[in-house]
Design a protein around this ligand. Sequence first.
Ligand code: PMT
Length: 400
Amino acid sequence: MRLADKRILLGVSGGIAAYKSAELVRRLKDQGAEVRVVMTRSAKEFITPLTLQAVSGHPVADSLLDPAAEAGMGHIELAKWADLVLIAPASANLMARMAAGMADELLTTLCLATPAPVALAPAMNQQMYRNAATQANLETLASRGIQLWGPDSGSQACGDIGPGRMLDPLELVEHCCQQLASEPLLAGVRLLLTAGPTREALDPVRYISNHSSGKMGYAIARAAREAGAEVTLVSGPVALATPPGVTRVDVESAEQMHQAVMSRVHECDLFIGCAAVADYRPARVAEQKIKKTGDNDQMVLTLVKNPDIIAAVGALPDKPYTVGFAAETVDVEQYALDKLARKRLDMIAANDVSRAGQGFNADDNALTVFWHGGQAPLPLADKLTLARHLIALIARHYRP
Ligand code: PMT
């Protein structure tokens, strides 16, 4: 009874997956949740209110302007009543209306009026899901903190194959349990995390580095701490304040980061490599500043490979649950999956850093997370919101 005494408002919008909503109500009630159902007009074309009333044990609400309901549990009371609003299925049309902030029927009004977290289980034809308008709406909703659970990929009722299937009711119940769990998601988990760039010295005044600001890694440190983890952050040189409650270890070079990680990795349960570690360093660091010579227009640098920190963690016999990042500009999924396998990771967050407004040094980011046998898109959002979604996803898969 992981949802005992939890109050879930289930919104059902119009889509063929609405037939699964009755099953979802039953599975939520199995876990002890009290469930009330709100339907959109078009949802009633797919499943009758009577069915959902029978399985939930409460009348289904569907009208914004219903004098009888306003005297009983009207829309504001319903919005305040919920611990969680879950909309399953969430159609493309409903998400478009929510993204526009409309209050044109009871369900969209409740989403505006509720102080509770709102989660959507998108369900639609794969082409509709891929459409730029739908993707833009998803990004808008995610950036406002609305959670996106799914969709799944596979064969669809219309005969197409691709992303857009509503998550299985049991998976949605698991999401609700994680969301409403009274114990923080990562309570007591020891997290070791790398963030920021490394600097590879050429001489006393120059170095090779990259554009990592540390914002993504620091947001993950903050989100993990909020989720109850004990966080040690091994940080390259960045201009950011340490998140509250986080232990920070400052390093400069990849070799120093490698040393700092390997000396602490045996005391952690979870490792996340978000740092942009330089793959190569100058073979020789000049003792004095390298001088420009008048007769030579070129300078040749010899670089040697740095240790691959996350691969070293992945190779440990008693390795922690290991999550990597893959910053890529082309063939993002292919390279990420290659790194997942080659570095023996449990999960990898693919980061398309070719897109403007996300990735290196930006305030926002978007990721596609892969693990063995699954994947989940985390659409464009500010880095803290994204980090909270990533931590929730890791917590669902992490096994000590
Ligand atoms: O810091 P921000 O400005 O907020 O930007 C965030 C980010 C773009 C840096 C971040 O989201 C990100 O993608 N980090 C990974 C950057 C990277 O170096 O990716 P990679 O594909 O080169 O490396 C793959 C994985 O191996 C990463 O987990 C990396 O930390 C790790 N690695 C790489 C090389 C190396 N020598 N040692 C490593 O541990």
